[in-house]
Design a protein around this ligand. Sequence first.
Ligand SMILES: NC(=O)c1ccc[n+]([C@@H]2O[C@H](COP(=O)([O-])OP(=O)(O)OC[C@H]3O[C@@H](n4cnc5c(N)ncnc54)[C@H](OP(=O)(O)O)[C@@H]3O)[C@@H](O)[C@H]2O)c1
Length: 373
Amino acid sequence: MSTNKPVVVYGVSGYTGRLVCEYLRELNVPFIAAGRDKTRVQEVIDKVPGIENVQHDVVEVEHEVGALTELFTGAKVVSNMVGPFIKHGPEVVEASLAAGCHYVDTTGEQDWVLDAKSRWGDTFAEKGLLLSPGVAQMYTTGEIAANICLESPGLDTLDILVLWKGFPTYASTQTIFTILKADWFYLEQNEYKQWEPGTTFEVVIPGQHETGLALPWGGTCHPVWFKDDPRVANCKAAGGVFDRTVMEGVVATQKLVEEQIKTLPLDQQEAALAEVASSVQAGMPPRENPRVNTSLDSVYASGPLGRAHCVIHGNQNYKQTGLLQAYAAYSLLQQPPKRAGFASACQAFGHRELLGTLRSFGLVMEPILTVHK
Ligand SMILES: NC(=O)c1ccc[n+]([C@@H]2O[C@H](COP(=O)([O-])OP(=O)(O)OC[C@H]3O[C@@H](n4cnc5c(N)ncnc54)[C@H](OP(=O)(O)O)[C@@H]3O)[C@@H](O)[C@H]2O)c1
């Protein structure tokens, strides 16, 4: 089967896939809603108000390169929500490449971003296709803040914080636990350096008096995105949720992983982690509420003779993610990415354009920027 719809959203039965479809509807982009179970995908699509106003098909597909390639053939963009991506991503990237599609996903997994870049970056570039894992609130909104700081030349060091308030979905929880088994890196003088396991940060949270507890959160995508950026030599990122008690639980789990799971044979580690993750989160979280589900991205950029600080207060990080994915597809249907091959959202679409999109849908405030030179 070859499709006449330009965008395939894969993993629509999940929390984020549905939101991507909602924003594609608002941007008036026809799409295929795909997943491994047609009934579940259809149930989700049927709940989207006004979905009848946008052309769309609902398709069941097996998670296998051949079947996915067949589904993607004829489309231009694949928007993938089936994570953890280190586990489920390779088949979807291979199929996107075989079908000649741009590939975007919502990962926050540094190990997947590194893997995707090294395995497929050059081939996507040769074909003029975009390979952009990580078009999502974690960490595109912070990347926007970093790029606003970097509009002042002469700053080479990024100190990044991302926090959000809410309930992780099933796949997000699986992902949080999956990254515990990876090595995590930051950037120092353009080289990757590994975080010590167990590293935590007591962070000052802009806009409140209480401090917070944050972690390197798998290293985040930032060190990889800024690795070959001539403006940036050093990049460290910390992240987590606002709720300190939840973060203390994550720290305790991380200790358990170091002591009891990383000591298991490799082939048993994944199943053991998935089991712990499932015991933490099994159901679908409630739909986000802007009064509850806030986000904060804060970036200090510094250089020998200059400093900048950018804070972006936002809300509903899953909605931000859905919109960023939909906008990426909308943009790619109209013009080539600013950079082909492996590229971050800001490198592919421009940070000011992405900020404008999030602003126009009421998901982030105007950034608060202070610059000293
Ligand atoms: N970085 C960010 O800011 C950010 C934001 C949002 C999401 N994410 C990431 O995006 C991913 C999806 O999140 P979500 O919130 O949508 O999670 P979710 O609600 O749990 O949905 C996961 C989706 O993946 C599908 N799936 C799972 N295993 C599969 C398999 N083996 N084969 C085919 N399909 C499979 C599920 O299908 P079934 O319904 O059939 O099980 C479902 O459609 C996660 O990795 C999450 O961490 C990141």
